[in-house]
Design a binder for this molecule. Sequence first.
Ligand SMILES: *Cc1c(COP(=O)(O)O)cnc(C)c1O
Length: 427
Amino acid sequence: MSDYSLETKCVQGGYTPGNGEPRQVPIIQSTTFKYATSEDMGKLFDLEAEGYFYTRLQNPTNDYVAKKISELEGGTAAMLTSSGQAANFYAVFNIAGCGDHVVASNSIYGGTYNLFSVTMKKMGVEFTFVDPDCTEEELNAAFRENTKAVFGETIANPALTVLDIEKFAKAAHSHGVPLIVDNTFATPVNCRPIEWGADIVTHSTTKYMDGHGAGVGGCIVDGGKFDWMKHAERFPGLCTPDESYHGITYAEKFGMGGAFITKATAQLMRDLGSIQSPQNAFLLNLGLESLHVRMKRHCENGQAVAEFLNGHDKISYVNYCGLEQDKYHALAQKYLPNGSCGVVSFGVKGGRKAAEAFMKHLKLGAIETHVADARTCCLHPASATHRQMNDEELTACGVYPDLVRYSCGLEDANDLIADLAQALEQI
Ligand SMILES: *Cc1c(COP(=O)(O)O)cnc(C)c1O
């Protein structure tokens, strides 16, 4: 597939049927797989042979779909997970455990921020959060002896900041650690972080990849460029024998292209079991087949809505990197030349009350805890995801009390704008 364009990979990547085999990706709805001898089975358990034995670790449907996403991102290996949360947890925990440290952008999804700052902290992993717009000196100052990775989001949810991937990759590599980038909002259609120096890419496939609000899921892709053995003392989990697999050393046996995903499958999936259901993987693949077509429309609608709101006298500010005056416009032109995503955030004059009243009057934009769906949806973070914070705390983290997150779907842009206009008129 590597010779084909991204559009063709969206449609036909990952799965190529043989003679007389199903044209559509088959759903292998089976927990287990049959073998002729115990010896055959033993080879699988020792990672001496490739094959399936239990769906908690691996399933063929999932692997077809993971392979497609790997091809889209330009990776060497990939795995599906049950959610985006699981993908980010596995990606970090695969190389950072108790006593280790990770540098992360502070402009990331709230669920990921919680995972890092509360749950993984309890597990003994420490995080230093940095402003994604910090200088190289400030970024370098965040590293410690025990730093194992750097983490950021291409386009942050919900702040819509754009990550300077090259700046973050340079800092990570100069300290001998990989850069992990959550590419959920941009998708590989609009940005391929591996091409800019990222080592591991994660996704909440729940968003644009599925695109229809049908299935929660996640994915991890390895770019295959990080040389674990060169930094063997920092990554003992990859570079020293795994006693739970008869002394296999992942980085030796599976090389730079395969070690990370093999370890995450063999250890984390085996022990924690956050596997995606093959049914959801099938639905995800249906979404991927039209991802390139849909992203274009999401971006066109995002741009049209941002431009309309930008000129409106009841709107106090608009965040959308496609707008020329946006703080992230220059970075977006570099990393997202074909468009960013369909999510726009803005403030309604009159604060919290006005934002709530405005949303109530929307007819097409439904109030939901979701983004990146075919159907337009919106959320008032101050009364939903960030409800526990008072106005001062909200202002401090950049999620202002009047902020509305509006995710443009695939409807006609004129209908969306008319809906926004009538709702604004009523407040
Ligand atoms: C939604 C989201 C997640 C979490 O994904 P789930 O599939 O909901 O677990 C992680 N990162 C980003 C950027 C997201 O938007």
